[in-house]
Unconditional design. Structure first.
Length: 334
């Protein structure tokens, strides 16, 4: 097969390894080493690079097994990442141009401004977060700019500076390959995360000062958005977020006890996702998931899968008691 992943920055040897993995579907490292006529150590390094690029997933079983991510999903994510890099490059060039040219005269901005284009929307989302002084609240739901959810680079940076983040996730989006790992990374860094069966009211509000929402919550495209500044409209968005937040189930990644893998399983059970979606999010087989669920049920003292999910959600709520600032409670009526 042709070297088709060159355009997204994958080496030819890794491209060939991905093609081999696609052919077998799932296999341990030693079997892949035999098929590719490479050492086990070299194959393990190659598979690790493919997993990091989103082209493969690995199981927690022994021996470790790797599974190829379908090309349509994997390549879409890589293309999205490359577009993001190009967007960042353009933003850097534009910033340099502004430094070299006199600033044009500006007019006071209105309450609502229309933003056109995925790159412009992503730029405003990132800029607002980087200017945050207190808290960023987000409803994370598809459709996403550039087609796939991106790693939250700005959020991770701001969390280290003490900025608070609360995020409500659309439950089905957690089953997108690699998405739960992105969410886990943010929660470990300090994000307070919750999940709803359906959270279609996509938004970001920073410091109750500026918000960004799509022009239509029912739209299937992401190319236009509304930038909303301090006003009754923005107050309504904050109130809507608080309503969703209090209805949502916490993702309790910070619960004590157990290994990180056990914590992730408890968190996913607490969201109410089905077994297929949970297995996909964890990168394990259905058989491995069934075994781990049985072990977890035993540890929780639950007789049924439903009881395990209820107990997991209850512990998550106990661990994530809302810390809504008093002034925000007063302003929103909660």
């Amino acid at each position: 097969m042709a070297y088709f992943l060159e355009a997204v920055g994958i080496s030819e040897s890794d491209n060939d390894a991905y093609v081999v993995l696609l052919g077998v579907g799932e296999a341990p490292v030693d079997e892949l080493a035999d098929r590719m006529a490479m050492s086990v150590a070299a194959v393990r390094r190659t598979m690790t690079r493919l997993a990091r690029a989103g082209l493969a997933t690995r199981t927690d079983s022994r021996p470790m097994r790797f599974t190829a991510v379908p090309p349509d999903i994997a390549v879409a994510a890589l293309v999205g990442a490359r577009r993001r890099e190009m967007r960042d490059l353009r933003a850097a060039a534009a910033a340099l141009e502004r430094r070299l040219a006199p600033l044009p005269a500006t007019r006071p901005a209105g309450v609502v401004e229309i933003i056109e284009g995925d790159e412009a929307i992503a730029h405003h989302l990132a800029r607002a977060q980087l200017e945050a002084r207190d808290e960023v609240v987000i409803v994370d739901a598809p459709p996403y700019p550039f087609g796939v959810p991106q790693r939250k680079v700005e959020e991770l940076a701001m969390l280290t500076r003490g900025i608070g983040y609360r995020c409500v996730y659309h439950r089905p989006s957690l089953s997108i390959p690699g998405r739960f790992d992105q969410v886990s990374e943010c929660v470990r860094a300090g994000e307070r995360a919750r999940v709803l069966a359906s959270a279609s009211m996509r938004m970001q509000v920073v410091d109750r000062r500026v918000g960004l929402v799509p022009i239509s919550f029912n739209a299937t495209e992401t190319h236009s958005g509304l930038l909303v500044r301090s006003s009754a409209v923005l107050d309504a968005l904050v109130t809507s977020f608080e309503s969703l937040w209090h209805r949502a189930t916490p993702i309790g990644l910070a619960l004590g006890g157990g290994t990180p893998g056990e914590q992730a399983l408890r968190d996913l059970l607490g969201t109410g996702m089905d077994d297929r979606a949970i297995a996909r999010a964890l990168g394990v087989t259905g058989r491995t998931l069934s075994r781990r669920v049985r072990e977890l049920m035993s540890g929780l003292g639950a007789d049924t899968r439903f009881q395990a999910g209820v107990e997991t959600a209850r512990r998550g709520r106990t661990a994530q008691t809302p810390r809504t600032p008093p002034e925000l409670v007063a302003s929103t009526g909660h």
